[in-house]
Design a protein around this ligand. Structure first.
Ligand code: ATP
Length: 222
């Protein structure tokens, strides 16, 4: 199957790290920035790089932007530029357009343009770091909806050797452990007899309220 091809417009901190991660994952990435120095710094990492103003329609057409599967507008500070670049990518018919917003109002404007996804890297990272600060065992989490999440929790030494039946999160807190990541692999859909050890990562699904109660009980035993 042909791998998706990405174009990243704006190679600031967010755009460049996103582009390099896509490269690390084996995808082809065209990086576009109007700043020559930025482009020259990135040229050895990305598949192709171009110095261009993302609001220059002719230029975008000439580099074949419409052939890409996904375009990411990673310009934040200059909202006018972000919106104009987003409009052009949408008009050119790129399959998926993702745009970075620096404020809620900016995000709402991008949504009105019909982008497939608006991302708020600064806001989301702030929330993520706050969660990790108040819960030292928290590795990561994904919000499934406003009320439900999947959370990765590190097993503290106080729970070393326990079986899932000892923790019994489903009966006690209404949330389920759907996987345990261990140094030598992952147990998917573990049974009550599976054991956890210090440093393992429990993947838990449930309502935010129930997961919080479970996290508190884990922290209290730490
Ligand atoms: P980050 O936080 O990701 O570093 P930022 O929000 O601080 O980004 P921006 O002003 O959004 O910085 O710029 C990100 C990149 O986008 C810069 O490298 C800038 O040169 C580039 N850029 C800004 N406007 C355009 C444009 N019209 N065309 C092409 N590149 C642009």
């Amino acid at each position: 199957m042909k791998k998706q091809q990405f174009v990243v417009i704006g190679l600031g901190r967010f755009g460049s790290s996103l582009a390099m991660e896509l490269i690390d994952q084996g995808y082809e990435v065209l990086g576009v920035d109007r700043n020559e120095e930025v482009v020259s710094n990135m040229s050895s990492y990305l598949t192709h790089t171009v110095v261009a103003d993302a609001t220059d329609e002719e230029m975008l057409r000439s580099i074949g932007i419409r052939n890409f599967d996904c375009g990411i507008v990673a310009i934040g500070d200059d909202i006018q530029m972000s919106i104009m670049a987003t409009i052009l990518l949408k008009e050119m018919g790129i399959g998926t357009v993702v745009s970075k917003a620096i404020s809620t109002l900016h995000g709402r404007a991008l949504e009105k343009l019909g982008v497939d996804k608006v991302v708020y890297p600064e806001r989301d990272m702030g929330i993520r770091v706050a969660h990790q600060l108040v819960n030292p065992n928290l590795v990561d989490y994904i919000e499934l909806s406003k009320d439900y999440s999947i959370v990765e929790l590190k097993v503290p030494s106080s729970l070393d050797g326990q079986m899932l039946s000892d923790l019994n999160p489903r009966a006690r807190f209404g949330c389920s452990i759907v996987a345990i990541q261990k140094p030598n692999g992952c147990i998917v859909a573990p049974t009550a007899m599976d054991q956890i050890h210090t440093g393992d990562i429990m993947v838990i699904i449930g309502s935010n309220e129930n997961i919080e109660e479970f996290e508190e009980s884990v922290n209290n035993r730490a």
